[in-house]
Design a protein around this ligand. Structure first.
Ligand code: ZN
Length: 191
């Protein structure tokens, strides 16, 4: 993180602490602005990461025309309306058309878009659209299940609510049997 950015984040955190009625100079809070600056830098690193660097030549020629799924990819994001976390699991599938991607890159792409201020719907679409753009596959399916702290700990305080969002592109949108195969596979018991 650039020095200038770090200093501003620290100064703003001290202001916030004062506004909340705290004393930023008391022992427990002395280093809090530093930690907060570091934490925010990490939680929003999706703004500065570059997609090409991240994919880093992990796209390969592949003959397979069968569905590839990686499910239960945990993500941590920030609700753009309250700047507090939402987190959950992403399930991603695609059907290749000549190109495949290293499986771990699906998790990296999820992080790239999650580590920004987001709404879950947009996060879901961005992951799907990104895979569509880099692989040009027959279709992409993304389902996200999220728990939002703005609903859990404030506002309506619903502890068990889960928000589900999906984005279906190509054959997953057009063909019900393909979509259903994906939805069935992501519900299967874990190993
Ligand atoms: Zn919110």
């Amino acid at each position: 993180m650039k020095d200038n950015k770090r200093k501003k984040l620290e100064a703003n955190t001290r202001n916030l602490l004062e506004l909340l009625g705290e004393d930023p100079k008391r022992e427990g809070l002395m280093n809090t602005p530093k930690r907060v600056a570091k934490a925010w830098d990490f939680l929003t690193k999706g703004y500065t990461e570059n997609l090409d660097d991240l994919i880093n030549n992990a796209i390969f020629e592949g003959e397979s025309k069968d569905m590839v799924i990686v499910k239960n990819i945990e993500f941590y994001s920030l609700c753009e309306h309250h700047m507090i976390p939402f987190y959950g699991k992403a399930h991603i599938g695609y059907i290749p058309d000549g190109k495949i991607i290293g499986l771990s890159k699906l998790a990296r792409i999820t992080d790239l878009f999650a580590q920004r201020l987001q709404v879950q719907e947009r996060l879901t679409n961005q992951i799907a659209q990104c895979l569509q753009d880099v692989l040009n596959p027959r279709g992409v399916a993304v389902v996200l299940e999220g728990k939002h702290f703005c609903m859990l700990s404030r506002g309506v305080q619903k502890q068990n609510s889960i928000a589900t969002s999906s984005s279906m592109l190509g054959i997953f949108r057009e063909k019900e049997s393909t979509r259903n195969e994906f939805l069935k596979l992501i519900q299967m018991n874990n190993i």
